[in-house]
Design a protein around this ligand. Structure first.
Ligand code: NAP
Length: 441
């Protein structure tokens, strides 16, 4: 019998592990399971709607899904339609590639106020993820939005909030979010990091975009940019060069003509959120920050000096956690599956953010998933002993699960393109029932 592998999750890390296995073990049967009817995980629901170039990576994934030995099984959820134990029993190897979908919490007072959202939920909402379709986070005019965190997700959110409608016409920002965000006419975004400009985890292309918006400009607040890089930044390695480039871009922002812009993105550094302040209706009104200094190890240390920023909307973009699946060890503290080079236990492996935590861009997953695929082949070999697809098919038929196939995705894809107003590439279906009802029975 040939090797059979079930992959849970059809985002980049899952697709790359499938790609490697399909190349190195051409006889293997590979089943990619996703709880949504539509594939591609973070590419569809996480990548910013105005970054269509990044989303083109799905062309490669589609080629893979059209191979005869690779199946897509959408609308199949582990722990709802099937258990991990059943997959372990049915397949030679099971790979968890389910990402990290839970927003990390700051754990400070007022985080439960209306108007405070995690970035996973907020981005999921504007990107049409069915889980967050009804979040409704933008209901009225927004004078001041606060985005907490200094990573690329915080940049994406800030940019989407201030871009003019005309700048989003080629995006796939969903209609409900488009109407809400553009209706809110956001005036000001405060993009706040607890550490300094050198410590920020932005990458240069994303940071640079903030300086190229039609009617919004970045304004550097409450900090003097350093004249030189600190000694710990080593420009001989890529990470050091990124920090140097970021500083150069931040300097260039100082030359932008802020007065002519109708909207501003205030970049606030060295400010640690300590409390969300609300009104009697339980709505957020402001965020209290403590100013920080940065110690020799790069940590943010509170100075005992506090200040408030008004907020009609707050999004915390401070990272994510994976969610545990029944029957497998999970590190609650780190929010990942403990693993040794991707191997968790028995015939179960993990890739992507569930393996290493929520870091890295789409291409980071390629070598990482390849390494785990190689490990699977080294551990198990090319041959298999388990029934694989047959067993899964039987269980899903027994349970009456309406599985979506790759052909179904192509139908949905075509319908979404048809619903869009050019030059937008698609108008997404944002509810599972809508997607399923759109398919021929
Ligand atoms: P990230 O890059 O890890 O940034 C998280 C930010 O949250 C950091 O600034 C961190 O500050 C801050 N933070 C964490 N805990 C905090 C706390 N308790 N209080 C205040 N601030 C806190 O994560 P991300 O922005 O979610 O992005 C995830 C990954 O996806 C990254 O690798 C990112 O580059 C990638 N991504 C890439 C793109 C793109 O390529 N266009 C777009 C989006 C995301 P400290 O540094 O002080 O911990």
């Amino acid at each position: 019998m040939s090797l059979s592998v079930a992959i849970i999750g059809s985002g980049p890390s899952g697709m790359y592990v499938a790609d490697r296995l399909a190349k190195k073990a051409p006889d293997a049967t590979i089943d990619i399971i996703d709880r949504l009817p539509t594939p591609f995980g973070l590419v569809r629901a996480g990548v910013a709607p105005d970054h269509q170039g990044t989303k083109k990576v799905t062309n490669q994934y589609e080629k893979l899904l059209s191979q005869p030995n690779v199946r897509y099984l959408g609308n199949v959820e582990v722990d709802r339609d099937i258990t991990l134990a059943e997959l372990k029993f049915s397949y030679d190897a099971v790979v968890i590639a389910a990402g990290a979908q839970i927003d990390r919490k700051l754990g400070i007072k007022g985080e439960e106020l209306r108007g405070v959202y995690g970035s996973g939920a907020f981005v999921g909402w504007y990107n049409g993820h069915p889980d967050h379709r009804d979040l409704d986070p933008v209901q009225h005019h927004i004078r001041s939005a606060v985005v907490i965190g200094n990573g690329n997700v915080s940049i994406d959110i800030s940019r989407v909030l201030v871009k003019d409608p005309g700048e989003m016409t080629e995006s796939d920002l969903c209609r409900h979010a488009r109407d809400a965000i553009h209706g809110a006419q956001v005036e000001t975004v405060y993009l706040v990091g607890r550490r300094g400009p050198i410590e920020a985890s932005f990458t240069p292309p994303e940071l640079r975009e903030l300086g190229k918006l039609d009617s919004a400009v970045p304004v550097i607040e409450n900090t003097t940019l350093p004249e030189t890089l600190p000694n710990w930044v080593n420009t001989n390695i890529p990470e050091g060069r990124v920090r140097a480039k970021n500083l150069e871009i931040l300097r260039s922002f100082q030359e932008l003509e802020a007065t002519s812009a109708t909207k501003k993105i205030h970049l606030v550094f060295q400010a640690n959120p300590v409390e969300f302040l609300g009104n009697e209706q339980g709505e957020v009104r402001a965020v209290r920050f403590e100013k920080t200094s940065i110690d020799d190890d790069g940590n943010a240390i509170g100075t005992g000096e506090f200040f408030d920023i008004p907020a009609d909307l707050v999004v915390t973009a401070i990272g994510y956690r994976s969610s545990p699946l029944t029957g497998i060890t999970f590190d609650e503290k780190r929010g990942i599956y403990p693993n040794e080079e991707g191997h968790i236990e028995d015939n179960v492996y993990v890739v992507g953010w569930g393996k290493r935590g929520p870091s890295g861009t789409i291409p980071t997953n390629r070598p990482d998933s390849f390494q785990v695929a190689d490990r699977i082949l080294a551990d198990i070999g090319n041959g298999g002993e388990k029934p694989g697809p047959e067993a899964l098919n039987r269980l899903l038929i027994e349970r009456g699960t309406q599985v979506t196939t790759f052909a179904d995705w192509q139908t949905i894809d075509g319908l979404e393109a048809d619903r869009a107003t050019a030059p937008a590439p698609r108008e997404k279906f944002t509810r599972v029932e809508e997607m399923l009802n759109a398919l021929p029975r």
